[in-house]
Design a protein around this ligand. Structure first.
Ligand code: ZN
Length: 242
């Protein structure tokens, strides 16, 4: 079984490498973060552009959950931090809406019944103050049918670059999820942050926690690193086209 697992992992890496080929041919120096990399504050990193990473939910808002207790907010944050590290390793400025397990509202203010509203307003403020940027919100999905699986990207209709970025991710994810036949979807005004933001903005539902097999994969750090690699490659490709 160990040998089989190694082969699957090796094949996946080869597939992901092919996703990166287009990017690498244009950017000759794609960097993976080293464990020895110093964590520099995001605002001091020289860069050509900024990516705002938004880990969905947090604190008392756990989001979706798996049958065996995996909570969406934790995976969103873990993936977001992995993604941010890879982007920063490639010289891209990263702004996070949250880097800890919290909802973004003033704990000293009158927040009764308004936690989510205040949280959303704060995420919006951070993204708007980041300047020219790409906004990427990270979430995990859930559905009553446990067979549902696969990443799906929602995009903002306010900026034409959003649809191109969404499509790249939806296409490139096939390297990791070959059976993924999902299509990108417009937010149609139903997703607050995508409705409000004028910059290229997407929300990535990375997979279904209601699907036990996919929940197990999403909970695996190595799988999340591969997922992050697909997102980084797609972001870089998209930026080079615009
Ligand atoms: Zn969510």
């Amino acid at each position: 079984m160990k040998k089989r697992r190694f082969l699957i992992s090796f094949t996946t890496h080869l597939l992901l490498l092919s996703v990166l080929c287009t990017t690498i041919s244009v950017i000759s120096t794609f960097h993976m973060p080293k464990s020895t990399d110093v964590h520099t504050p995001s605002d001091t990193i020289p860069s050509s552009f900024t990516v705002v990473l938004d880990a969905g939910h947090g604190g008392e808002d756990g989001g979706a959950g798996s049958a065996d207790g995996i909570v969406e907010k934790d995976l969103n944050l873990a993936l977001t931090l992995q993604l941010g590290e890879m982007l920063q390793a490639n010289g891209i400025r990263v702004v996070y809406t949250r880097k800890t397990d919290t909802l973004l509202y003033d704990k000293n203010a009158d927040y009764q019944g308004r936690k989510k509203v205040l949280d959303m307003a704060e995420r919006l403020r951070i993204a708007q103050e980041a300047g020219e940027c790409i906004f990427v919100s990270i979430h995990m999905n859930t559905h009553p049918l446990t067979s549902c699986k696969g990443l799906q990207v929602w995009y903002s209709e306010n900026n034409t670059e959003s649809i191109g970025l969404a499509q790249r991710i939806q296409t490139n994810i096939k390297a990791l999820q070959p059976q993924n036949a999902r299509r990108i979807k417009p937010s149609n005004g139903t997703i607050y942050l995508l409705r409000q933001l004028e910059c290229p903005a997407i929300l990535v539902e990375c997979g279904f926690l209601s699907n036990p097999e996919e929940a197990r994969q999403l909970n695996d750090e190595e799988y999340r690193a591969q997922l992050a690699l697909v997102l980084v490659a797609s972001i870089l490709e998209s930026r080079m086209q615009n």
